[in-house]
Design a protein around this ligand. Structure first.
Ligand SMILES: Cc1ncc(COP(=O)(O)O)c(C=O)c1O
Length: 340
């Protein structure tokens, strides 16, 4: 099968499994797992934050961050496609009892002016307290769109002026940095907290790291414990994440080139109405007509290719380290043979 559903489907390579088998471990809830500690410190140093916390998933790092930044009844600002709102089981409402205000956006990216206009006046007791802004980079529903760091820095200034925290959902921040050529230190700086996933494009089997100040991470550790997220000999999986950082970062441009190839081929097809420009490893496209995405997905499945619907007439392809040039060629052939 050619699995274009997500970059989360990647299985550990033999080298990664060997590194995991050899990992030094300890009880991470006691803070004694050397492999976890090293991973947390490595990512904190890389992004210029004081401390890190290794968690089981990106959902957990994001939702812990929201919990620590807010009080019940607060409001956070973001776009209507953001993962923390759409795809994290209602955690903003259920775990943190917060409301959300959406701002106008282009493929998930919004402006500092939009944020400024969405902040509730603290003097008005009819209104909820605005407390947090969330940025997702690259943006999943936005078809892997990447943010302009200058706009993020302007949003940082608005946050500082209005006493708001700024969180980065960096599930695919390494993909974004490959595309914009910026360093992790530049991307870490504007944010109070950063969630970095190792189990997406990097191909580790499990885990995300939450970054922030020492007091923030201390509180995040308490929330992680409260929700049962404390892991014991987690060095086994953290070793896979460290291996991914060592061996898989440098190959991310290949995924982007393959996504661009897919996007270019899609643009030529008469049944495709629109293709979002492929900026990273995600390609989102919309089909003409009334039949929706299902017939195309069924046709691809017959050719041994799986992808996800991303709306009634929209499809998402994601490239990753198991998708070769030959797989792209086969996918393009299968797309060309679809009778719309
Ligand atoms: C943008 C974004 N944020 C967060 C997550 C959550 O990560 P996890 O699946 O590890 O909970 C995902 C998952 O795909 C994602 O795409």
């Amino acid at each position: 099968m050619i699995d274009l559903r997500s970059d989360t489907v990647v299985k550990p390579t033999p080298g990664m499994r060997a590194a995991m088998a050899a990992a030094e471990v300890g009880d991470d809830v006691f803070g004694e797992d050397p492999t976890v500690n090293a991973l947390e410190e490595r990512l904190a140093d890389l992004f210029g934050h004081e401390a890190g916390l290794y968690c089981s998933s990106g959902t957990q790092t994001n939702q812990i961050a929201i919990k620590v930044h807010t009080r019940p009844g607060d409001e956070l600002i973001g776009d209507d496609g953001m993962h923390i709102y759409r795809y994290e089981g209602g955690g903003i409402m259920a775990t943190s009892s917060c409301s959300v205000k959406f701002v106008a956006n282009d493929r998930g990216r919004f402006t500092a002016a939009a944020v400024e206009g969405a902040i509730n006046s603290v003097a008005d007791n009819y209104l909820t307290r605005t407390r947090l802004v969330n940025i997702e980079n690259s943006h999943n529903r936005g078809g892997g769109a990447i943010w302009d760091l200058a706009e993020v820095e302007r949003i940082r200034s608005v946050c500082t002026k209005n006493d708001l925290a700024l969180h980065l959902d960096g599930a695919r921040i390494f993909n974004a940095m490959v595309a914009d050529g910026r360093a992790p230190l530049e991307w870490g700086k504007p944010f109070d907290s950063v969630s970095v996933c190792l189990s997406k494009g990097l191909g580790a089997p499990v885990g995300s790291v939450l970054l922030g100040s020492k007091p923030f991470i201390l509180e995040a550790r308490r929330v992680r414990k409260r929700i049962g997220g404390g892991m014991r000999q987690a060095g086994i999986i953290a070793a896979g994440a460290a291996y991914a950082l060592d061996h898989h970062l440098s190959r991310l441009p290949e995924d982007h080139a393959r996504a661009r190839r897919l996007a270019e081929a899609l643009m030529e097809l008469p049944y495709v109405a629109q293709v979002q420009p492929a900026m990273t490893n995600i390609v989102v496209f919309r089909l003409h007509g009334e039949r929706g995405a299902a017939p195309l997905l069924a046709h691809l499945r017959q050719a041994g290719i799986t992808a996800l619907p991303f709306g009634p007439d929209t499809v998402r392809f994601v490239t990753h380290l198991e998708i070769t040039d030959e797989a792209i060629t086969r996918t393009i052939q299968a797309l060309a043979s679809f009778n719309a």
